[in-house]
Design a protein around this ligand. Structure first.
Ligand SMILES: [Zn+2]
Length: 476
């Protein structure tokens, strides 16, 4: 099956056919840097990181761009409140943004263009729109004339006339149409401002994404992604700007992720019910947060609570425990000339189920259940009293597949958290040696006591006919 994604523009799943065969251009709306981002904001950063890496894994040459909005009303408001320059607020939270992304295991984008570093390009695009009669200026402000763009509303499915009648009484009576949106804002006293043909001012938010996307990825890009709250007006406006200027389709596939809710409400800064990703990472490993999002389809809303995060942590621990136990069992096994066609085919079947799910609009929830099928199979083998050659090969294959998938899932680094220390490792080995001696002397009660006491500590002893090993007890 070819890779399919749900396209908001057409309201259906479509096969991904890139503009240029073998290449995928991808744009994600980035943060407005006026605060630490919350766990709801982290969702698009994580899920599109996984999708981007999956596309690479599938052999595409992916170019990925995310903008940084470093000039905006929210930044200015915060700067006034803290009596510091806006650039200081933006600088501080831009750094924090990159730190948090790194901690979340997100691969850096190919470009992170900033609004303030692209003012000339923004002005040039606004001039193009004015030349085409799609924008007008009034007293230093420039607006996009929504009525002049026939495709307005095609992404959100909104109708201009309905929107107009629903629009609030417009404060700015100078606009031709209440739906017209700002491309350039005339400077107010004390605000950061740049020279432009319309006087000093600063760019609007929507124009930034049109400029960055076209500058780095071309006039028609493959995938443009963001949260579902951006469909209208932000992405609708991006289409009006980009297609209005270029006359070409702006984006082939629009992807939108669902919200993160907390107690039934959308997590947002304005509602004040948010946890920063930074705070959550003080308590939970980034892999656990990735796991939490992986277990849901990206389009579904997801409810956040500590219980749910703990469930994800448990699920992740089941995977890691199986991987660690496989490592222990396979430690001294020589795999030379070990190729069992039947086993390889059986595991290849499980692998293709996983890939089918990922190709089906990145169904990570389904794909993770395929991982748990592999873990279940591994645990079944690990619980046997003696292992056959094909068991060892199956374990080896399972380990290899999970490691391969981790190139885009990014969850196995959690094993560092679950690593037993060297001293712990050697103490258990000493106990096993003592127990071995006791068994040789037929002191079964004592040897069983050691086994049972270790079991209480979560260490399981396995007596195979040819050797004894220990592994971590599997969590149910
Ligand atoms: Zn955007």
């Amino acid at each position: 099956m070819a890779l399919q994604v749900y396209n908001t523009l057409t309201n259906k799943k479509e096969e991904v056919v890139p503009v240029t065969p073998g290449k995928i251009t991808m744009y994600l709306c980035g943060p407005t840097v006026y605060d630490y981002f919350h766990i709801g904001n982290a969702r698009p950063f994580i899920v599109y990181d996984i999708f981007r890496r999956y596309l690479k894994y599938r052999g595409y040459d992916v170019k990925f761009v995310m903008n940084v909005t470093d000039i905006d009303d929210k930044i200015i408001t915060k700067a006034i409140k803290e009596a510091v320059p806006a650039s200081e607020v933006a600088g501080k939270y831009t750094n924090a943004f990159f730190e948090d992304l790194e901690k979340l295991g997100v691969e850096p984008a190919d470009e992170y263009p900033k609004a303030t570093e692209n003012i000339n390009e923004i002005i040039a695009l606004i001039e193009r729109l004015i030349d085409k009669g799609l924008a007008y200026q009034i007293e230093g402000d420039v607006y996009y004339s929504v009525a002049k763009f026939s495709g307005y509303g095609k992404l959100s499915g909104k109708n201009i006339e309905e929107l107009k009648s629903g629009a609030r009484i417009e404060i700015d009576a100078r606009k031709k149409n209440p739906l017209d949106f700002s491309l350039w804002k005339a400077a107010k006293p004390g605000e950061p401002a740049w020279d432009s043909p319309w006087g000093k001012g600063r760019p609007g938010w929507h124009i930034e994404c049109s400029v960055m996307s076209m500058k780095y990825l071309g006039e028609t890009i493959d995938i443009h992604a963001g949260g579902s709250d951006l469909v209208f007006p932000h992405h609708e406006n991006e289409i009006a700007q980009s297609e209005g200027a270029s006359g070409k389709p702006f984006v082939k596939y629009w992807m939108h992720n669902g919200f993160l809710n907390i107690e039934g409400e959308k997590m947002s800064k304005s509602l004040g019910n948010f946890f920063t990703a930074r705070d959550i990472m003080k308590k939970y490993h980034a892999s656990v947060i990735r796991m939490f999002f992986l277990q849901k389809h990206y389009k579904s809303p997801v409810s956040f609570s500590e219980d749910r995060i703990l469930e994800s942590q448990n699920a992740l621990e089941r995977i890691i425990t199986a991987m660690q136990n496989i490592d222990i069992v396979l430690k001294d096994i020589d795999f030379e000339d070990n190729d069992d066609q039947k086993v390889v085919e059986q595991i290849a079947g499980l692998k293709s189920e996983f890939l089918k799910n990922m190709d089906d609009d990145f169904n990570t929830a389904g794909a993770m259940s395929n991982i748990f099928d592999l873990v279940k199979e591994a645990n079944h083998i690990l619980s046997k009293t003696s292992l056959l050659r094909e068991d060892y090969i199956t374990l080896k294959e399972i380990r290899a597949i999970i490691e391969e998938f981790d190139s885009f899932l990014g969850i196995l680094s959690y094993k560092e958290e679950m690593h037993t220390s060297v001293s712990e490792d050697s103490l258990i080995s000493i106990l096993l040696d003592v127990r071995e001696q006791l068994r040789k002397e037929k002191l079964w009660n004592l040897s069983d006591e050691i086994r049972d006491k270790l079991a209480n500590l979560g260490v399981e002893i396995k007596d195979y006919p040819d050797k004894t090993i220990w592994m971590k007890k599997i969590k149910s």
